[in-house]
Design a binder for this molecule. Structure first.
Ligand SMILES: *[C@@H]1O[C@H](CO)[C@@H](O)[C@H](O)[C@H]1NC(C)=O
Ligand SMILES: *[C@@H]1O[C@H](CO)[C@@H](O)[C@H](O)[C@H]1NC(C)=O
Length: 252
């Protein structure tokens, strides 16, 4: 009986405390079909599980974080392109090769980048086209756009079947017990001030997607605080630092 009461009380707190999903990616808006033609959804082959975002770079390769693909068979990824919705049928593209950054270190989230090759050549169209890598170092105070199908709630729940985007502003990284940032390889971005409301940023399964400024890829999100989304600025891999490795590993 007490146990049931506890569950009921917790349930009431969760329902009452649930933030308004429409205001939260966190804080984002729905992306129209074709508006982000370089956005990929990465799923495990033989499943429909979206585990990360990706960014189309040329006719064979997409960029993502290493975490979701490290150690997996080269043909075990399904690269989804050309859709803003994961709930309606889309074309499957099986991978045939994965290259993870040689200095990727899972324990400290270092060099968390990987490139994935599709077995078949990708034909570009109005809804499928590649993104260019930025060369310049990103400082604090820059506002750019990130997109993904990740969770829409602070508590990491609420998968979005429709692609969402949000504008985030770069600012100082805050180290936590879970993550120590270094500015040579990372930068951070989120809500433009220290205000925690409204919550803005990435959440579970937005990692690996595009952060774009002036039609150039400047970062890919790789880290949000594991306890809750939107509490700190999120961590992004700094594309200018990985550009040479990426370009050297996406031969067509
Ligand atoms: C997909 O499933 C089939 C049938 O179970 C299996 O033979 C194949 O190895 C799987 N492919 C991958 C990449 O996991
Ligand atoms: C955010 O918080 C940090 C640490 O408390 C502080 O140094 C910084 O000035 C704050 N920034 C803004 C924009 O309020």
């Amino acid at each position: 009986m007490i146990r049931q009461l506890v569950f009921i009380c917790v349930g009431i707190v969760l329902v009452v405390g649930r933030p308004d999903a429409s205001s939260r990616i966190l804080g984002g808006q729905v992306v129209a079909h074709g508006d982000i033609p370089y956005q990929a959804s990465l799923q495990y082959w033989n499943t429909t599980f979206h585990f990360a975002g990706g960014v189309l770079l040329n006719t064979r390769w997409v960029l993502s974080t290493a975490k979701g693909v490290f150690g997996r068979a080269g043909n075990s990824i399904n690269v989804i392109l050309g859709t803003n919705r994961l709930d309606i049928p889309f074309g499957n593209r099986q991978s045939d090769q994965i290259r993870t950054h040689p200095l990727y270190d899972q324990s400290i989230h270092a060099n968390d980048v990987a490139v994935i090759r599709t077995a078949a050549v990708i034909a570009f169209s109005v809804i499928i086209s590649p993104m260019t890598l930025a060369t310049h170092f990103i400082n604090d105070g820059v506002t750019a756009q990130v997109s993904g199908w990740g969770a829409v709630n602070e508590d990491k729940t609420g998968e979005s079947v429709v692609l969402r985007r949000v504008a985030v502003t770069t600012g100082p990284c805050v180290n936590t017990e879970f993550m120590t940032f270094n500015s040579a390889n990372h930068f951070c971005a989120g809500a433009p001030t220290n205000d925690t409301r409204p919550l803005v940023g990435i959440c579970t399964r937005d990692v690996g997607g595009p952060l774009v400024l002036d039609n150039l890829l400047i970062g890919i999100p790789f880290h949000h605080d594991p306890r809750a989304c939107g509490q700190f600025l999120d961590g992004y891999m700094r594309i200018s630092s990985y550009r040479a490795w990426i370009l050297g590993n996406i031969p067509v």
